[in-house]
Design a protein. Structure first.
Ligand code: GDP
Ligand code: IMO
Ligand code: MG
Length: 430
């Protein structure tokens, strides 16, 4: 019996949604444990594209339980829209297939207002957040002023907490951020409405997961964002506000570490990043443009163009170490078709020093020159490959070389967005 965690090994958008959807075949329960609707996970099933922001990417399989853990920050309006969208397509029709932790924190309208206003004020120095209120919601959680689902269920508690928050946030919005203030009654009524619709899903998901795991049910934990966006281990301050790494599974789902047997890192065969922050292998010329076009690198949440660059083994090795990755799923190999040479970054040079480990200093990262090793490219399209031996020799060599450089087994190679466009080398559930 094994439970599996899927973790982004780069700056997000590695293709976690596709891989989680695929692995759900062998799981009973899929759990989101951090982040919020800053995530955009794309699934392509029978040619139809679905983008999920909050609901776990197991939702397109019938009879699989989807769980939103306590570590997720939930915008209830967005969640209801997502549920409705899935139902329209014939998914998630049974209420019993979704559970939300009673300890998950709510994203409130003031969180979004503060997030967006701060970004505007930061001007050129902005982080490039998704503007969904993620950072301010986690700030309140840590400041012990946040509002959880359990609070929303009780009218008096919710009223008191909202009142205190609104008073404080309105002063901050008006005096510091020069923004409009928010109306207590409007928010109170809207959120009580959300409560009526969401109450049936709310439970103690930690206790539920413990019971299910003991009963032999297989659990798939779905990370959002990626290791390099982790608030502790990423390119701080150009990060998100949660722990995206494996430790986040224990805190954000309420399970002990011995319940996780396999940790699969998802990495593109190259690198992308959306928003600001250092990116040592970024390509600003025609090669970056080609990656962006061939890879359709536009954000699934905000539609922003993603910055593109070569595979960064320094970053992925960092993800291997922090997450204790047991395997890597390598995605978007098909996008590299048509490049004559494909460089791999094996180290950085910065300020006269050689970095083989990912530095904590943003300054070192900003000035980093990648040390590149060049591989020969290929011209054949890859999307029909289903075995490693179906790939052109140079593509096979590229995969094997990446495996050597990051010292982790590649258990899956993805060659297109579709569920079936996959070379599965090892099933993590068996
Ligand atoms: P996530 O946030 O990690 O789930 O990734 P996103 O869904 O934001 O971005 C990944 C994008 O790449 C989506 O548009 C996927 O449909 C697409 N994708 C996933 N795997 C592959 C692949 O192997 N090849 C190609 N061409 N596209 C892929
Ligand atoms: P998935 O799960 C890529 C980035 C934002 C910004 C930074 C902080 O689809 O991989 P935030 O709104 O979280 O405060 O923004 O993090 N970011 C992501 N980048 N994929 C994501 O999620 C992201 N979620 C947040 O662009 O740079
Ligand atoms: Mg995404």
């Amino acid at each position: 019996m094994s439970n599996v965690a899927v973790i982004g090994a780069q700056w997000g958008d590695e293709g976690k949604g596709k891989i989680v959807d695929l692995f759900t075949h062998d799981a009973d329960i899929v759990v989101r444990f951090q982040g919020g609707n800053n995530a955009g996970h794309t699934l392509v099933v029978n040619g139809e594209k679905t983008v999920l922001h909050l609901i776990p990417s197991g939702a397109l399989h019938s009879h699989k339980l989807c769980v939103i853990g306590n570590g997720v920050v939930v915008d209830p309006g967005i969640l209801l829209e997502e549920i409705a969208g899935l139902r329209k397509k014939g998914y998630l029709c049974d209420d019993a297939l979704l559970r939300i932790s009673d300890a998950a924190h709510l994203i409130m309208p003031y969180h979004k207002a503060i997030d967006q206003a701060r970004e505007r004020l930061r001007g050129k120095g902005k982080i490039g957040t998704t503007g969904r209120g993620i950072g301010p919601a986690y700030e309140d959680k840590v400041a012990r002023t946040g509002i959880r689902f359990i609070d929303l269920l009780d009218a008096t508690t919710f009223r008191d907490k909202l009142k205190r928050n609104i008073e404080e946030k309105n002063i901050y919005l008006k005096a510091i951020l020069k923004e409009k203030t928010l109306d207590f009654k409007e928010i109170y009524d809207a959120y009580r409405g959300y409560r009526d619709e969401l109450e049936k899903y709310v439970t103690n998901t930690g206790v539920m997961l413990d019971r299910e795991i003991k009963a032999g049910r297989k659990v798939l934990f779905e990370g959002a964002q990626g290791t390099l966006l982790d608030v502790d281990h990423g390119t701080y301050p150009y990060v998100t506000s949660s722990n995206t790494v494996i430790g986040g599974v224990c805190t954000g789902a309420g399970v002990g570490p011995r319940n996780i047997q396999q940790v699969i890192g998802i990495s593109k065969a190259y690198t992308t990043r959306v928003g600001s922050g250092p990116f040592p292998t970024e390509l600003k010329g025609p090669e970056g443009e080609k990656l962006k076009q061939e890879g359709a690198e536009f954000g699934a949440t905000t539609g922003r163009a993603r910055r593109c660059g070569w595979f960064d083994a320094v970053g992925v090795r960092h993800a291997v170490r922090i997450n204790g990755l047991t395997g890597i799923a390598l995605t978007k190999l098909d996008v590299l078709t048509g490049f004559k040479k494909i460089p791999i970054c094996t180290a950085y040079r910065s300020g006269g020093a050689l970095y083989e480990e990912f530095p904590s200093s943003v300054k070192a990262l900003k000035n980093a020159e990648p040390v590149l090793e060049e591989m020969e490219g290929w011209n054949e399209p890859l999307s029909k490959a289903r075995k490693l031996s179906d790939l052109p020799d140079n593509a096979q060599r590229y995969v094997r070389r990446l495996e050597e450089i990051v010292q982790t087994e590649i258990i899956l190679v993805s060659v297109g967005p579709g569920r079936e466009e996959t070379i599965l080398l090892k099933n993590p559930f068996v």
